[in-house]
Design a binder for this molecule. Structure first.
Ligand SMILES: [Zn+2]
Length: 357
């Protein structure tokens, strides 16, 4: 503050950014001092020096111990009673439970900030954001650990729900009937760091550099555009996603669809890219649903076929696509399938694959 005011005296001008930052830093220091005063817990009174231990015995008060706590207004310190169990030698700080700082030196407010920046961007980017936005010094590792701990908590909560769904122990979701409810499922490879692929083989025998993220969304549809294409209701989409097996993901997307009112949907639709694992999930969790391969993926599959039918013959590929994509886009699926089944290819890869559909 003195530096700022001296500069003002010399130049007669205010450097507002320097001023506001200096005032914030001063306010933070005052706030941290106030918090440190508030976080001094007294030693327990003579008759209250025992607390229950998880082992069933009583833990005994030993002493006051202090630890640093990084708060929303900067570094503070707490001093609180420490209890030790003479039977199992487990120590505990009941005050830490109350303050929600068990095994951490970050206050709940700071952990919320770290989780927010940690899920948005690379962890070091998060560290810089915390410095600029909150004027708090943290390390990249702090952002990583906090974000991952909170992520594990969330994943744990989801697993509890998924287990309940498995036991058909779900509460009935009440509400108005839904005309059309759609579930869409897809997967995509995401690049990961080495430790995430330990023990996993890639497709070509090299160590894997990607993991398969499975993604799903649930949305409703009530209108169509002038050309007859369905329009997704705005703001009706909820999402789930995880890196896990198809079996595990099946339960996850089933739970989401259930929460969205699958049981009271008049028309139930599952949209996929045609991959077998998706139809297996449909058979298990969404029997009776209308199964749709979305237009974009269907076009992609047609292109794949065109490239195999006319290797390196781009003009031929495009001519073939004109005819067949037209059938697809217009919904003449029976004609399209008949046409594909009648293909007599000299391409050995295609011939070996047997019937195309
Ligand atoms: Zn004990």
């Amino acid at each position: 503050m003195r530096v700022v005011f001296n500069a003002h005296r010399k130049s007669g001008r205010w450097e507002l950014e320097a001023l506001e930052m200096a005032v914030r830093a001063a306010m933070h220091r005052a706030g941290a001092t106030a918090l440190t005063t508030l976080l001094q817990f007294p030693a327990p009174a003579a008759g209250q020096r025992d607390v229950p231990c998880a082992c069933g015995h009583q833990a005994r008060y030993r002493e006051l111990r202090s630890k640093p706590v990084l708060t929303a207004v900067g570094p503070a310190e707490t001093s609180r009673p420490y209890y030790l169990c003479p039977d199992c030698h487990h120590g505990q700080f009941p005050a830490d439970v109350e303050l929600d700082i068990v095994n951490t030196e970050f206050s709940p407010g700071v952990r919320r900030m770290l989780a927010l920046v940690g899920q948005e961007a690379p962890f070091d980017h998060g560290r810089q954001q915390i410095k600029l936005l909150a004027d708090l010094e943290v390390t990249t590792k702090n952002v990583e650990r906090t974000a991952e701990t909170i992520g594990e908590d969330i994943a744990g909560g989801e697993q509890v729900e998924i287990q309940r769904a498995k036991q058909l122990d779900l509460p009935i979701v009440l509400g108005n009937p839904i005309p059309i409810l759609c579930v869409q499922i897809d997967a995509t490879g995401i690049p990961v760091v080495k430790k995430e692929t330990v023990g996993r083989q890639g497709k070509d025998g090299h160590p894997a550099r990607h993991r398969d993220a499975k993604l799903g969304c649930v949305f409703t549809q009530t209108t169509w555009d002038p050309e007859g294409y369905p329009i997704r209701d705005p703001d009706s989409t909820t999402y789930v996603g995880a890196i896990e097996t198809a079996e595990e993901f099946g339960k996850r997307i089933y739970l989401e669809a259930w929460k969205r009112g699958w049981s009271r949907a008049a028309k139930k639709v599952v949209i996929g890219d045609g991959a077998e694992w998706i139809w297996n999930i449909v058979a298990l969790h969404f029997p009776g649903a209308i199964q749709i391969v979305d237009l974009y993926h269907a076009r992609q599959h047609l292109w794949d076929l065109a490239r195999k039918l006319y290797l390196n013959q781009e003009t031929e590929q495009r001519r073939w696509m004109m005819v067949h994509q037209d059938m697809l886009d217009k919904g003449n699926v029976e004609d399209l399938v008949a046409s594909l089944r009648s293909i007599n290819s000299s391409n050995p890869e295609l011939a070996a694959a047997g019937p195309l559909l």
